[in-house]
Design a protein around this ligand. Structure first.
Ligand code: NAD
Length: 447
């Protein structure tokens, strides 16, 4: 096939269509108690940092409240001529330190509160890693696996048009998240550029390399997760080459994290996705598993492993657990059963505050999302810098700068936490919040 010809269905739709018969999305954690939500979790984390820092109620409110929110209707003309309506959101939590930055999620259960939580975490992540951005997030409540490539293109272009007034390379720069990929970013960039009358590569990150994407962006989050996981394992007294790991989620973050961990000598024994999990106590062959997922759309049925209930992945007897799927999977109902001694959060918000407390009491080292999965936004920043300058870096330059920033942040957070006897999450959040508040103070309150 001509590589320039667009396929007629999306890779996600392909994967779903070719998934083994009878596969259904299954919860991969014991059901979480009904409340609280990711937004409530994010607010509890902020409140702990604010209390530690001794900030006023006024400043607390400012930090807790998004600066700007947009809800949009996204009508879609289906391939069969019918029309459907989806709801979309873009939340800009803070811009005190620079343009807002954050991913775009396509998932059926996306809602405004979830997007608010994800936007707030982006603000802290960017501040913690000292990239000159505020935080944002976007989402459309759509299941991309149920749509053709042409339908996804129309949804993406319409959503982009609807949020056009508030995005821009100096305002708010989207990137991929759950259910979106570099093709989604290419459509966003094109829609924005056509409406601007010239090409604007800095409007999104996570673009294809051919459109000004950065070398190393696609695997950056997973590389960052791996740098932190290896450092955290060593800190907790484990030699990575003699350690075991379980990874929840086998998408853009989880699959490469499992691969890089295995390359570093860690025995990855269990992996899951939304359809189920697989286990091989001798170590999974991640390359063969990746081929299996490419062919079938799921880890389920991988011949080199036994089947495992998705919920049981989180309580495997391993040294390292990497949740790399969705929010709230570690909660008060299962935190006491987690056997891993180190948890490195590839996903955003996988651990509720109650689970955090239980895990800390049990001596489990939890490396929070805003540190552990920041590799993506670091290389997104590198991509934006390269696009704005039209000057491209080598892959080894990108990777060494990523590693340096991740490990500097790790040492900084660890030192701050140890000096004050804090969890890594409270330390990381406090450090980040302090930077945002400082920018806010220096700029002053207008008018
Ligand atoms: P993705 O859509 O590429 O992959 C998601 C994976 O999680 C898939 O394998 C899916 O089957 C699985 N999954 C979904 N629901 C599940 C469930 N309930 N139980 C188990 N598995 C489930 O998404 P991604 O980009 O890999 O994002 C995963 C997480 O990482 C999200 O929390 C996202 O916000 C976060 N994150 C992503 C990036 C990035 O650069 N893509 C950066 C930072 C953080």
């Amino acid at each position: 096939m001509n590589p320039l010809m667009a396929p007629t269905t999306s890779p996600l739709a392909d994967a779903a269509a070719s998934a083994p018969h009878g596969l259904e999305t299954r919860p991969s954690a014991a059901p979480r108690p009904a409340e609280p939500t990711p937004l409530a979790d994010a607010r509890v984390q902020l409140a702990e940092a604010v209390e530690l820092l001794g900030y006023t109620d006024g400043l607390h409110q400012m930090l807790a409240t998004p600066r700007r929110e947009l809800s949009v209707a996204v009508p879609l003309r289906m391939d069969n001529g019918e029309s459907r309506l989806y709801l979309g959101y873009r939340v800009q939590h803070n811009f005190s330190r620079g343009p807002a930055k954050g991913g775009l999620r396509y998932a059926p259960n996306v809602n405004l509160d979830e997007v608010r939580a994800l936007a707030m975490w982006m603000t802290w992540k960017c501040a913690l890693l000292d990239v000159p951005y505020g935080g944002a997030k976007g989402g459309v409540a759509i299941d991309p696996r149920q749509h053709s490539m042409a339908e996804l293109e129309r949804v993406t272009r319409r959503y982009t048009s609807e949020i056009l007034p508030i995005i821009g390379p100096e305002r708010d720069i989207p990137a991929p998240d759950i259910g979106t990929d570099e093709q989604t970013m290419a459509w966003m960039m094109d829609t924005y550029s056509v409406n601007s009358g010239y090409t604007v590569p800095g409007i999104v990150t996570g673009k294809p390399i051919a459109l000004g994407g950065s070398l190393g962006r696609a695997s950056a989050t997973s590389r960052g997760v791996t740098h932190i996981a290896l450092a955290a394992l060593r800190h907790a007294g484990f030699e990575p080459a003699r350690s075991t790991a379980a990874v929840q989620g086998f998408g853009k973050v989880g699959a490469d994290a499992a691969r890089f961990l295995a390359e570093a000598g860690v025995r990855v024994t269990a992996v899951s996705d939304q359809y189920g999990a697989v286990l091989n106590t001798g170590g999974l062959d991640i390359e063969a598993l990746t081929d299996h997922v490419r062919e079938t759309g799921s880890v389920v049925g991988f011949p080199g492993a036994d089947a495992l209930d998705g919920a049981d992945l989180l309580t495997q007897d391993v040294d390292l657990l990497v949740p790399a799927a969705v929010e709230g999977v570690l909660h008060e109902g299962n935190a006491a059963d987690v056997l891993a001694k180190v948890i490195v959060e590839g996903a955003n918000g996988p651990t509720t505050p109650t689970a955090d407390r239980i895990l800390r009491e049990r001596g489990v080292l939890v490396v929070p999302d805003i540190l552990a999965n920041a590799g993506g936004v670091i290389v997104s920043y590198f991509e934006w810098v390269q696009a704005n300058q039209a000057y491209w870096w080598r892959a080894d330059e990108v990777e060494s700068r990523l590693e340096e920033r991740m490990l500097n942040a790790w040492r900084h957070v660890l030192g701050y936490a140890e000096a004050r006897d804090l969890s890594l999450r409270t330390a990381a959040t406090a450090l980040a919040v302090e930077r945002v508040a400082e920018a806010h103070r220096l700029r002053g309150l207008y008018p």
